[in-house]
Design a binder for this molecule. Structure first.
Ligand code: GDP
Length: 200
């Protein structure tokens, strides 16, 4: 038998919603996941929950502009659409912005926002917009670097420090993960469960 995943227990897909203020019943703490498209969000969600296809639903055409909500023991996991995709038109960007801004400004049970950045790239303009929005809405944020295995260890440490400096964070407040190598995933799971426990 394999070990329990970092976020253990039954997971139910609740639904995909265009309205960021959609009421969820029963009300529970929410953990939201955001990041640029292709940052590794789907793979990270699968690694955290021990599922192979949890985030597949979020990637199906037509569902990319919606909040995808899953219920786990004691909290909701809210998968927000990936931002900054190259071919998005003005209309898509505006719709995405409304959804994200609506979500972050209106909801009162957000226990944490897991914000994903690729360890290999300096934050994009969209990433910096996201950071500004998180700061403005004062949401508790868990900043996470993805794809740590793509760099050899010394380079990884250097890029980690560089990303922390660019974001104005202490390196300790920027968790390095690799879904491929299962690194940092259980630490992230613990941080999420701690944020849920604080908010419950
Ligand atoms: P999303 O668009 O943010 O959901 O990104 P995905 O999870 O679909 O990942 C985008 C690409 O990056 C895919 O080819 C993944 O296999 C790859 N990827 C994601 N996480 C990792 C990781 O930890 N290590 C490596 N080497 N590749 C990764």
């Amino acid at each position: 038998m394999s070990a329990a995943p970092p976020l253990p227990g039954d997971i139910h897909f609740i639904g995909s919603y265009p309205d960021p203020a959609v009421p969820l019943d029963p009300p529970l703490p929410e953990i939201a996941f955001v990041g640029r498209s292709n940052v590794g969000k789907s793979r990270l969600l699968n690694a955290l929950t021990g599922r192979r296809d949890l985030a597949r639903v979020s990637a199906t055409p037509g569902k990319t502009q919606l909040l995808n909500v899953f219920r786990l023991p004691g909290f909701y996991l809210v998968d927000l659409p990936g931002y900054g995709w190259a071919r998005a038109g003005k209309k898509d960007r505006a719709a995405f912005r409304r959804l994200l801004e609506g979500y972050l400004t209106t909801r009162d049970r957000i226990a944490g926002v897991v914000w994903l950045l690729d360890i290999r790239h300096p934050p994009s303009a969209d990433d910096l917009d996201m950071q500004e929005l998180l700061a403005r809405t004062r949401r508790p944020c868990l900043a996470v670097l993805t794809k740590g295995d793509k760099l050899p260890p010394m380079r990884r440490d250097r890029e980690h420090m560089a990303r922390a400096a660019e974001l104005g964070l202490a390196a300790d407040d920027l968790l390095v993960t690799s879904s491929a190598k299962s690194q940092g995933i259980s630490d992230l799971g613990q941080s999420i469960l701690a944020a849920v426990a604080t908010a419950a």
